[in-house]
Ligand binder design. Sequence first.
Ligand code: UTP
Length: 224
Amino acid sequence: MKIVITIGGSIIIKDHDYKKFRDYAEVLRNINEENEIFVVVGGGTTARDYIGIARSLGVSEAMCDDIGIEVTRLNAKLLIAALGDYAYPVVPHNFREAMQFASSNRIVVMGGTEPAHSTDAVGSILAEFVGAELLINATSVDGLYNKDPNKYPDAKMFTEVKPSKMMELMSTKDIKAGTYEFFDMTAIQIIKRSGIKTVILNGGDPNNIKTAITGKIGTIILQE
Ligand code: UTP
């Protein structure tokens, strides 16, 4: 099966700990034995720190996004290092390069592409590009909630959700560099039009990704 896996920076670079990269690499190598996988890595707090500095310097939001993209690519490079020979050694900067690098039969790992969205959008566009059957979004919470579970203890998680409902939840969110919360609008629109099966799950334990391939976990985004 062709699978695109988006790993939030909030997961992989959270503690600046090499073990997270190592553990992810082990699970990804394992999944790769029976599947063709593409990985998109986020920027996490490191990206937000850099964006914060840039914003204080008074640069444009697009420039802040661009700095965030560089950080996501740096994180992608670390995952490539952890994967060793299993990964294509270069981080693609766009989807054409990702397709090209995939012909090596190695795992392609990328970060961001262009300003104004997050790596969630990159994952959904990549999934559409390569004709993935499954898109997995590994995040820092168990799935998609009706409100931020870190702020509201009464937040409820959806086991299934349609893109239109997600858009409703998104409508009040800010669109600024470093603040594309839980899922950005571009990602939802792409998932809606392509109908790719998408699962949002807790990436704290990389083994949850294996569970998503064979069983049920997190929030499943249904077709309209
Ligand atoms: P992330 O995808 O990590 O953003 O990219 P995020 O959703 O804010 O953070 P986590 O990782 O899920 O916690 C970091 C930042 O890089 C820029 C955006 O500013 C984003 O917030 N970015 C990333 C882009 O502008 N374009 C991209 O394709 C990717």
